[in-house]
Write a protein that binds this ligand. Structure first.
Ligand code: CDP
Ligand code: MG
Length: 756
């Protein structure tokens, strides 16, 4: 088992960092800013946008705005980019040398697999080549990305190369954000967005070509799309599919589509010298920081890229690096070369993300501290040193918690090789692996486990069911998920009332599919319809779909806590969110009002945007916008109806246990229910977060009889310990019965297939 990093803990304690990201940015911003030239913190940027939006004239497409801003400023241009014109850069890419051949293979085949090193030009050039070859004359080209960041940054880059505004000829779409227009002919999008589009248009008639980019990542949506697109290919002769992969095991993709051609883009990479740790590393964050400092002080020029698992570690490492640089500068009279410390992870604001592409001033060295986002989806030129901790975060279904959780795992050998390769793009490089060679050979898996085999499939099941794929166990998966996962997800949907006893979509299930939300959130929204408080529930769902809006700067902790408490609705964090939003609205959605009340205006605006998009869906379903006014009890009931599987019972002071599995769960000190002398016997929570304890995130008091009414499969009114046991038994029986039904159905189906 892996020990947590002592350095991360130390820095957490030292700065008493809580989970508030903004607080870190304030700390790091001032510190890094002073000595390292980072100009803006997240707060300053928030403050800037607050002024822009004050008149109620809010531009929600902040990323697009940002892109335009960057274009004007000419920032975010790499060193290489500065020395060459954009068309020269295009011709310099490895893919350019095989352009004609590649287009010929595309013309002659319906499906092809394209393999090429990261940075060879697949993502940015393929779409443009196809456009230049006439594939956009009467139709459009779609290109999917497993990551939102990649979809946005690549669309921005290509819009620059094609000299068009982002959102015009080239655009992108991610969940809750569509930056495309009537002129868009090249559309970058997350694979999740395309998957949802198949619901409306199962043949994807809008698209002439789909490029499934970064297929080696094997994200959940990509894997489902594989099965769906295989059918589209069979039905539409005019449709083309290009699957791209950065790694060599593309044969699997080719085989899946019936042995289609694989096109290899010749690589242009340099040798990377790989150095292993001699002994297993106790604290890889500390070790990585040390290694980076050693490189900076002793090695030749060249930028550094460090791979960490997540935001916490990245923040701690950046902070420690800044601190050590400061100490170094203070302790010597010699000139110390500058180190530009740049974090990157998916939750980082886009403006800060773009800094990694920025050229460091002369004599300064860049040190990028990244998650596996920098493994293949983002390419930064000029990296000569890679420091690989050997770990990464993966979403894994945790049966005990009954939900997906991000967990830290050793990376696969394929991923480690990919990481090392990042050092050899501009010249011969070095990769420092903070694990032993024997661990690499004997402990790492050869390839990562596809997401579909390790996560909750609730959304996928719902989606496939709505595509009339009755028998999920027979769906054409490249690597089928374990049967147990499918059945578990079906069970959860059945509990929510989205599936009936024979595993078909119910009326509410059909409606749930329409919303790009996790099934319980969609259920909550639709219960708002039944309970005639959809206006209120809509706001809560939107607020739950954005990061926390509460701002808690370190030096004004008490003041901000007091401001937050003013919004508290004692029986519910959900209602507290509703209250915040309604008050913001009553104050004309003003930015300065947010600043005065320690609220993140950006988060609230995002919530407003999400809300308006969900409202559009409600309208399209002809669901009227009912309101309960200030009678909020019924809202709590709607919440209960979707989250009764997360019900907890009071056990001690601030201490609860999950009603179903007895797992302890605690009220978070930031909860409205905490320390107000009012602790309800029963609560439901949005999710469980594991930090020092199991904390319930977003809690609402519920009446016990609601649980019995809304979740009869779990609860009865008279709940003694024995009846709980009986319930567990009954629950198990019901689950078995449902599984049997489904198995019968499957057999019948198989019989029928045989007869046909
Ligand atoms: O997809 P692949 O990894 O093969 O390459 P790409 O993403 O098309 O990147 C080709 C080149 O475009 C990179 O080497 C970068 O120099 C440049 N690029 C950029 O400057 N900014 C981006 N957001 C993406 C790519
Ligand atoms: Mg790419």
């Amino acid at each position: 088992a892996r020990k947590g990093s002592a350095l991360v803990r130390e820095i957490h304690e030292k700065q008493s960092m809580n989970k508030s990201r903004q607080r870190f940015w304030e700390l790091a911003g001032s510190k890094l800013g002073d000595i390292l030239g980072v100009q803006k913190t997240a707060e300053q940027i928030d403050a800037d946008t607050a002024v822009v939006g004050e008149e109620g004239e809010v531009d929600f497409k902040e990323e697009a705005k940002f892109a335009r801003h960057m274009k004007e400023k000419g920032e975010a241009v790499s060193e290489f980019a500065k020395s060459k014109s954009i068309s020269q850069q295009r011709q310099y890419l490895p893919i350019y040398s095989v352009r004609e051949e590649l287009l010929k293979v595309v013309r002659e085949n319906q499906v092809i697999v394209v393999v090429g090193e990261t940075g060879s030009g697949k993502t940015t050039q393929l779409t443009q080549y196809l456009h230049e070859d006439g594939y956009t004359n009467s139709s459009i080209i779609g290109c999917t990305q497993p990551r939102r960041v990649a979809a946005m940054s690549v669309a921005k880059r290509v819009s620059e190369e094609m000299e068009t505004e982002l959102g015009d000829k080239v655009g992108y779409a991610i969940r809750f954000e569509d930056v495309t227009g009537p002129n868009t002919i090249i559309k970058y999008m997350t694979d999740g967005v395309l998957l949802r589009e198949t619901l409306k248009d199962s043949d994807l008639d809008k698209y002439r070509v789909i490029i499934m980019d970064e297929a080696h990542e094997r994200s959940l949506s990509t894997d489902v799309l594989f099965g769906i697109l295989k059918k589209v290919v069979a039905r539409r002769r005019d449709f083309k599919l290009i699957v791209t992969s950065a790694t060599l095991n593309a044969k699997k993709f080719s085989d899946f589509f019936g042995g289609v051609p694989t096109f290899q883009i010749p690589g242009r990479t340099f040798h990377v010298n790989i150095l292993y740790s001699k002994t297993p590393c106790e604290d890889y964050v500390e070790a990585a920081v040390k290694q980076a400092m050693t490189i900076h002080i002793t090695s030749a020029p060249g930028d550094i890229l460090i791979f960490m698992t997540g935001q916490d570690e990245i923040e701690a490492a950046c902070y420690a690096l800044a601190e050590r640089m400061e100490q170094l500068i203070a302790s010597t009279s010699k000139a110390v070369p500058k180190l530009l410390i740049l974090p990157i992870y998916s939750q980082l604001p886009a403006d800060l993300q773009a800094k990694i592409f920025q050229k460091a001033e002369d004599g300064a060295r860049k040190c990028i501290v990244a998650t596996n986002i920098a493994e293949t989806s983002l390419t930064v030129d000029g990296i000569f040193y890679v420091i690989d901790t050997g770990y990464g975060k993966m979403k894994v279904y945790n049966p005990r918690m009954g939900m997906d959780a991000l967990q830290v795992f050793p990376v696969s050998r394929a991923a480690a090789d990919q990481r090392a390769g990042r050092a050899g793009r501009t010249g011969p490089g070095t990769c420092y692996r903070l694990f032993t060679e024997s661990a690499y050979q004997n402990e790492l898996l050869p390839n990562p486990v596809p997401e579909i085999q390790r996560t909750n499939l609730g959304n996928v099941v719902l989606l496939l069911k709505s595509l009339k794929i009755e028998n999920l166990l027979d769906f054409d998966f490249m690597d089928p998920p374990p049967q147990e996962n499918i059945l578990n997800s079906m069970y959860q949907l059945w509990v929510l009332g989205a599936l009936n006893n024979v595993g078909s979509l119910t009326e509410i299930g059909w409606k749930m599919v329409e919303f790009p939300l996790d099934p319980p959130l969609a259920k909550m929204l639709l219960m708002g319809e039944q309970l005639e408080c959809i206006n209120e529930v809509l706001t809560i769902v939107s607020m739950l779909s954005v990061p926390s809006v509460f701002f808690r700067p370190k030096d004004r902790a008490e003041e901000s806590d007091a401001a937050r408490e003013k919004f508290f609705v004692p029986e519910s964090d959900h209602l507290t969110l509703l209250n915040v939003y309604q008050q913001w609205k009553a104050n004309q959605y003003r930015g300065d009002w947010c600043n005065d009340h320690f609220l993140h205006v950006k988060g609230l605006r995002k919530a407003r945007e999400v809300r308006s998009q969900l409202l559009d869906i409600l309208k399209s379903l002809k669901i009227p916008l009912t309101s309960c006014g200030m009678e909020w009890d019924v809202v709590r009931k709607a919440i209960c109806s979707a989250y009764f599987h997360n019900a907890a019972r009071l056990k001690g002071v601030g201490e609860y246990v999950n009603c179903r599995n007895g797992m302890p769960c605690h009220l978070h000190p930031s909860s409205a229910l905490y320390g107000l002398g009012y602790t309800p016997d029963y609560v439901v929570y949005h999710e469980l977060v594991l930090t020092t304890k199991e904390y319930m995130q977003c809690v609402t008091a519920v009446e016990p009889h609601w649980l019995a009414e809304l979740g009869p499969m779990f609860f009865s009114v008279k709940e003694s310990d024995t009846s709980m046991l009986e319930h567990k038994k009954k629950q198990k029986e019901e689950k078995t019965a449902m599984e049997e039904e489904m198995e019968n159905l499957r057999k019948e189906q198989a019989e029928a297939d045989k007869l046909n």
